[in-house]
Ligand binder design. Sequence first.
Ligand code: VOV
Length: 249
Amino acid sequence: MSEPSQTLDGWFCLHDLRKMDWAAWRNVPAEERRDIVQEFVDMVHTWKAVEEEENGSYALYTVVGHKADFMMVNLRDSLNDLDHIEQEFNKLRIADYTTQTYSYVSVVEQGNYTPPKDGSDPLDNPNMRARVYPILPKWNHICFYPMDKKREGDDNWYSLPIDERVELMKAHGKTGRKYAGEIKQIISGSTGLDDWEWGVTLFGHDALQFKKLIYEMRFDEVSARYGKFGAFYVGNLLETDQAQLFFDM
Ligand code: VOV
């Protein structure tokens, strides 16, 4: 009989992807455009302040390709906080020139496949806490995609015995650890919260490492046999002091 593995759950997470209506934006006088962008930058500074107090975290990246122009990621204690952030953005003037092309709601998760044997609370361990309440790295690139584990015929992750899942996840972790220092992964669970079962958010110094890692993982049984993937969103770090330039016409 298969049983669920326990998860440790931390901050709620909202990925909010926006596309600019550049044609309408172009018609806004340059000075007003600068004010509008500054209003947005001021909001991002409030996210930074929350992060400095370790009450949440944020990431702001451009998105390359047609799917969006930029992506905001916020981590907070509750879904209410994320709702507030999203609505606050929607009330900014810049939002009038954006369309939300995708969004994703999840909770930062740490699979607890091998819980401590002494029965202690894993969240008493500072390393574990840092994994579910992470400060998002401000590395050069981001890669985000949602994924499921298959429930198709013989390839049903959810009917595998837990010890088999533990073994498959160990092999997965071994592949991932080869990229230590190159890629930082944030895995967030979204069963019951959004359309897929997990959000995978990767941060990298070099975008090519995303391709190398994900390709290598395709050969691990857990991905080869059980992984199902949604659309990929990749982009570049958008520093607040570069925001005027990014939105300039
Ligand atoms: C950057 C490297 C990296 C590393 C080191 C790493 C390690 C680990 C470990 C040790 C564990 C298990 C415990 C936990 O922490 O949850 C996980 C867990 C998980 N992973 Fe992972 N993963 C990485 C990276 C990494 C990638 C690139 C992907 C996407 C897969 C792909 O094919 O595109 C992924 C997915 C997941 C998922 C969906 C889970 C949860 C599965 C579940 O059933 O619960 N992950 N992951």
